[in-house]
Design a binder for this molecule. Structure first.
Ligand SMILES: [Zn+2]
Length: 161
């Protein structure tokens, strides 16, 4: 961001939060040169949120990648494209609101799992299989049994309310 007072490109983000029904993110910034503070309103696609990968490399946050990951897990499942859009929007808004500049990639994976859990168990398991990289079939089957049990329990709990 260019400082409106001195034109410097060096700044520090002090605070970041969604504004106006989440379509814009409001950021409080401080110029590193003149130390004056100013507020910016940014559309999510303009924000340079960096994702820290497991090997510590950083890459720009990419909404498309999240979309593709979820889409792959939902293939041939009764899940509408609008539902996937909704999940991606929710995840994006949550991340933009909670994180100022950087976030670990594992956090994105966890959020996707959380959303899929509520929508479709098969999609959840598919995503988990890729994301957690189940080493062998036994581990995968164990995990599957555990999940099914938990899922049934939770659904029963919800319907009895
Ligand atoms: Zn300045």
């Amino acid at each position: 961001m260019k400082c409106p007072f001195c034109g410097s490109l060096q700044d520090q983000v002090l605070d970041s939060r969604p504004a106006e029904h989440m379509s814009v993110v409001k950021r409080r910034r401080e110029c590193s040169e003149c130390k004056k503070r100013y507020t910016t309103f940014e559309r999510p696609e303009e924000i340079s949120l960096m994702v820290i990968k497991s090997d510590n490399r950083r890459e720009p946050f990419d909404r498309k990648k999240i979309w593709q990951g979820i889409d792959r897990a939902c293939r041939k499942r009764p899940i509408a494209a609008e539902t996937i859009d909704k999940i991606v929007n929710e995840i994006e808004n949550e991340l933009m609101g909670e994180y100022v500049m950087e976030l670990p990639s594992s956090l994105i994976g966890d959020k996707i799992l959380q959303k899929l859990w509520d929508i479709d168990l098969v999609a959840y398991i598919r995503f988990a299989a890729v994301y957690r990289k189940f080493g062998d079939v036994d581990t995968f089957m164990d995990e599957l049994k555990k999940l099914k049990k938990e899922h049934t329990k939770r659904q029963k709990g919800q319907s009895s309310k």
